[in-house]
Design a protein around this ligand. Sequence first.
Ligand code: BGC
Length: 832
Amino acid sequence: MEQQKRYGHFDDNNREYVITDPQTPWPWINYLGNEDFFSLISNTAGGYSFYKDAKFRRITRYRYNNVPMDNGGRYFYIKDGDTVWNPGWKPCKTPLDFYECRHGMSYTRVTGRKNGVEASVLFFVPLKKWAEVQKLTLKNESNEVKNLKLFSFEEWCLWNAATDMENFQRNFSTGEVEIEGSTIYHKTEYRERRNHYAFYHVNTEIQGFDTDRETFVGLYNEFADPQVVMEGRPRNSHAHGWSPIASHYIEVTLKPGESKDFVFLLGYIENEQDKKFSAPQVINKDKAHALIAELDTTAKVDKAFAELCEYWDALLNIYKVRTGNDKLDRMVNIWNQYQCMVTFNFSRSASFFESGVGRGMGFRDSNQDLVGFVHQIPPRARQRIIDIASTQFPDGGCYHQYQPLTKRGNNDIGGGFNDDPCWLIFGTVAYIKETGDFSILDEMVPFDNQPGSEVTLFEHLKISMDHVIKNLGPHMLPLIGRADWNDCLNLNCFSWDPNESFQTTENVSEGTKAESLMIAGLFVVTGKDYVALCNKIEELKNGKIDNFNSSTLKSFNFSAEAERMQKAVDAMIEAVKKHGWDGEWYLRAYDFYGNKIGSNECEEAKIFIESQGWCTMAEIGAEDGMVAKSLDSCKKYLECEHGMVLNNPAFTKYIYEYGEISSYPEGYKENAGIFCHNNPWVIIGECIAGRGNDAWSHYAKILPSYVEEKYQTLHKVEPYVNCQMVAGKDAFKPGEGKNSWLTGTAAWMWYTVSEFILGIKPDYDGIRIDPCLPETAGDYTVNRKFRDAEYEITIHPNGQQKGVKSVTLDGQKIDGTVIPYSAGKHTVEVVM
Ligand code: BGC
């Protein structure tokens, strides 16, 4: 194997990834902010900020697809004599004497040293604040007095990130700013319908400023050599139209050994309609002043930072494992959970591969992300479920995506993805198991956000299941619609027109026979969950509690419903066994004409991963050996050095009746890429089947800490998080990663390792213990907070892959493997 260059390493004690070379193979980014105000920041301080919605409330400008990559961000230019440099190396790229970027939990610290001066910037968004703090510490480590000229830089986005990129005939005339002391206010379009503005402040007197980009940079210069910085003299420009920016100019004198802190604050404010102005044309700055006052000293900022760190301590204390394997522990305890928070917040909207304007929150995506996050902040998961369900239609179908700011379904993409409804059950069940909060089922939730259309959330679940049952094809398998989980398997599209979208075009759908085995498996898994939920409710209604308010639920016959759905599940299982089995693996689909997809009879793409994952999770035909055969086939045909590919062999030509999937070159994305999201499905299938060695070997292949150790250069993207896709065995460069951060892989890796490998499964009545481990696993301990209880669970695997022999709770052996929930602290010993 080629020796791979390393660009950084994990620092587990500080929960940081430390980047020691700014020239990473791709920008390695982090996310700041936890709830409303967010920023993306690269290891050279590139990136941007937004409020809630990366499309509609973009605060600072960023140019995707730029050359060079990742230009634009929050930059500090330090002019020391004739040398101009940046703490994060870019954009000047002046060689530094020292460089380090530490990406931590919702913060990033970038440090550079040049000619005896150290500049260290801590970037974070304080809890509950609509602002990014940039605390810059300048230190003179030389023996001489340093007279430095410091220029800050941010470029404003004109709010709507989409029109900001295209509507120049308007944009170049709307820009407006105000300057007051050390604060630069951005108020474009505030005079009309906007009631929000942004500001960039520094907590010291400034000796000048600039707010017009062309004046600051110079029309023929670049971020690397802005004319104002090169000349060492601000122009105090006031932007009128064109491109407004914010740059402070500060003269700093440092004695040998002396250091100074500067707190820069990028803030966002919303005013009430009747309080927009303090004088004609002058924005009301009261809220900005108040926000600034909360964060205008080093002490206040340090306190806010300590609070953020405590917040993460608490979040990461909910599930903690000690296995003695650092590579596993750091992913479980730190990075996987962190990525789950990020995917919960952003779905697939804003990353360095998602421009923030295209896709909002996905219906299926957000339900899956929730499973990785629900243990962290259950009330937020609860709200998310309601938001998602509110974009459903009365027939159980739903919008495929919605915008986070408006929470409205996205009309451009519409609906018709027939797996979508099932995921609502998946997310809701996970929420109830974690919290025991059945009252969520009683919440009144509208259809398509229309007031007056509300029914209970439970009824949304019911129509979700019914949507599948009412849309069965000729083999009694679920009709696929526009696509199932695999957005690129477009079996009703039939497009020869490059101007058509594969995902929204249905050139032929009348008389379609296209059916999905992936949805079949998903239906069986979520159907079983639904049945168990109905039975549980019945039990609670008759026995312990009856806490539903709505009359529909009070009188609803849940056991009859359980029976009804069980029949549908059984029928689906039969249909799969009869029409979905190819001899060695499950088929993937039937196309429009009723021809098999993912069959040995096919010329290419004989086997697909999705149906293997879902049908093995559903244990369809386990008794006939189907599950074991399917899992063996995954190993035989899909597995390679870097994980399991989506299909094999790859498509080598475009197939009209299959759609986008066959549009990708071999080995990439949905055409035989390692689409990491679906690897855990097979791993869970392995776990359910009790094959711990196989489960572990698949898992470790896509576990970032294992990849980090071997393949930093090849893998290319951030080594501390999963990416959506790794180029598969048929690709030009197998092992190369793409689309990092925003991927369902995060939640699925978490669900897999926390519940199926380590075996700590929240359930309605308590925690079910059911590990599935490699034979080599040693004893390990999980500390799990669960509702109002805290469990310390020690597992003794004794070389077993599966099967719990005994569970001892607080010194007493219990029957079965579910630790009954009771508040307080408990110790649990598990022998396998
Ligand atoms: C989408 C998912 C989809 C997956 C596979 C992702 O980019 O966000 O919704 O299931 O691709 O096509």
